[in-house]
Design a protein around this ligand. Structure first.
Ligand SMILES: Cc1ncc(COP(=O)(O)O)c(C=O)c1O
Length: 363
């Protein structure tokens, strides 16, 4: 029996999505209208923050949030190297300098120590990334004197000691790319914040640096969440907690089924409620194990095998001189196994059996 890497139940919502999208088409309002406003209010209520501002995607959300949080050209911003390339890319797009820090390979997240080691007198901000649905220990970083912009692209609905990911720092950013835990039907993103000034600057920056199309205060962006995507997100937001619960149940079944005898299982940061955007384990021979699993019809793959500080596009930021052992270990050993909102008990048993057989065949 084949088990895909991503098991989605979105199909069940196709009719509701089509109905809402038809209504938007008929309304004639396509950009910054009532759907975006309502979605911003609904996501803000879900996160318990004062403001959510919809933007075009999660990468723009980070760039705009960094600038809104006070990052100026030439400032240093600490980011993990083990993340999707968009994280440091957004720092560069904000005119700032990414300074790469290490992670704890057991959680795939930054630690306070790792961030502190990367801080200089030019550091303005840190971007803790809530990777794979885990939550970086943001509460331990509050006294570093830096702006904290959380990259919660992979962690909508996760929490740390009861507080939502994306609502722990000065601002938090989200992506609604279709593979994310809260998907839209194309590209979409948002910035969440409790800070009125940051929210106002984000609103301006997403629209060319203007409040009214008359006066332009800044060189901003054309980066708006559109009405069709907001309408889709309003259909799907009420599903998010149930979906994340299904992901957590699948993770618990992997553990109860003994998968931990074969691979190192994902570990939640202390106090974090993980939402398993991906179910990423570790194994010393990850690539061979993934290939052997794929031969058996089981979706498996590694992520970020070349971490950001070694990507050619980041060559100007001192990566070759860095020693990031946790990053190197995570990059070499990580392996994602099937996860999603539609995994059956039988799928999970199949994955565990296949992993046992495949791992024993590697010796
Ligand atoms: C950790 C992380 N940050 C940022 C992004 C960027 O989001 P988007 O693709 O919506 O621009 C992603 C998307 O994959 C991501 O995984």
């Amino acid at each position: 029996m084949a088990v895909p890497l991503f098991a989605s139940s979105l199909e069940r919502h196709h009719d509701a999505l089509i109905d809402r999208i038809s209504a938007v088409v008929r309304s004639g309002r396509y950009v910054l209208g009532p759907e975006v406003e309502a979605f911003e209010r609904e996501l803000a209520a879900y996160l318990g923050v004062s403001h959510v501002v919809g933007v075009a995607n999660g990468t723009d959300a980070l760039t705009i949030a960094l600038r809104a949080a006070g990052v100026q050209p030439g400032d240093e911003v600490v980011v993990p190297s083990f993340t999707f390339y968009a994280t440091p890319e957004a720092v560069v797009a904000a005119g700032a300098v990414p300074v790469f820090c290490d992670i704890d390979p057991a959680t795939f997240c930054v630690t306070r120590d790792a961030v502190e080691r990367a801080v200089t007198d030019r550091t303005r901000a840190v971007v803790p990334v809530h990777l794979f649905g885990n939550v970086a220990p943001v509460d331990e970083m509050r006294d570093l004197g830096l702006a904290i912009v959380e990259d919660a692209a992979q962690a909508v609905g996760a929490s740390l000691r009861g507080r939502p990911a994306g609502a722990l720092g000065d601002a938090g950013t989200f992506s609604f790319f279709p593979s994310k835990n809260l998907p839209c039907l194309g590209d979409g993103g948002a910035v969440a914040t409790d800070d009125d000034d940051i929210a106002e600057r984000v609103r301006r920056l997403r629209f060319h640096g203007s409040d009214d199309k008359e006066t332009f205060f800044d060189a901003g962006y054309n980066s708006r969440l559109d009405e069709l995507q907001a309408a889709a997100l309003r259909v799907l937001l009420p599903e998010l907690d149930g979906w994340n619960e299904a992901r957590r149940r699948a993770a618990a079944e992997y553990e109860e089924g003994g998968l931990g005898d074969v691979l190192a299982l994902p570990r939640a940061v202390d106090g974090a409620e993980h939402v398993y955007h991906l179910f990423v384990c570790r194994h010393p021979d990850a690539d061979r194990l993934a290939a052997a699993l794929r031969d058996r019809g089981i979706g498996a793959r590694g992520s970020y095998r070349t971490p950001c500080h070694r990507q050619p596009g980041m060559a100007g930021y001192g990566g070759e001189a860095l020693d990031l052992p946790g990053t190197d270990e995570a990059a070499r050993t990580n392996i994602a196994l099937p996860m999603g909102t539609a995994l059956s008990n039988d799928d999970i048993k199949e994955v565990i059996d296949a992993a046992r057989t495949a791992a024993s065949g590697l010796d």
